[in-house]
Design a protein around this ligand. Structure first.
Ligand code: HEM
Length: 113
């Protein structure tokens, strides 16, 4: 039994999704919003327990740099479309379709896929 749902009897498969666990509204209010300052943030994106990701510390550094470096280097960078017009990819990768941005000095730039 998981959250009052019976697990199927023998012969059936059950899959566990870490990504879905991170979007559990009981644990994460407004779970589908990216809130970089979410506290507490007991996500399971790096797994849990004895299989916890060995690369989590360098991965955290990479993500932090990936967010802060472009903002520091190009503080005037802005979306060229309203946020409501952004579209998501519909394949196995989670992410946005390439999006045009506007830069004060360089004008319009187009995101690469
Ligand atoms: C954002 C980046 C990353 C994410 C989201 C991530 C996620 C995960 C997850 C969910 C697991 C657990 C898998 C399981 O329970 O079976 C895992 C395990 C692991 N990850 Fe990562 N990972 C990332 C980056 C990295 C990097 C950069 C390295 C190496 C430099 C790495 C090395 C490993 C290793 C060796 C394990 C297996 C640990 C074990 O089974 O004892 N990961 N990772």
């Amino acid at each position: 039994m998981v959250k009052a749902q019976p697990i199927p009897p023998d012969g059936h498969a059950a899959a566990v999704s870490l990504a879905e666990g991170n979007r559990d509204e009981n644990r994460f209010p407004d779970a589908y919003r990216l809130l970089l300052d979410r506290r507490p943030n007991l996500h399971i994106g790096f797994g849990y327990g004895m299989r916890y990701c060995l690369g989590a510390p360098p991965a955290r550094v990479e993500v932090r740099l990936g967010f802060t470096a472009p903002m520091t280097r190009f503080p005037d960078l802005r979306l060229a479309v309203p946020p409501g017009e952004l579209t998501w990819r519909h394949d196995f990768r989670r992410g946005l379709q390439p999006v045009a941005c506007h830069h004060a000095e360089r004008g319009l730039t187009t995101g690469a896929s």
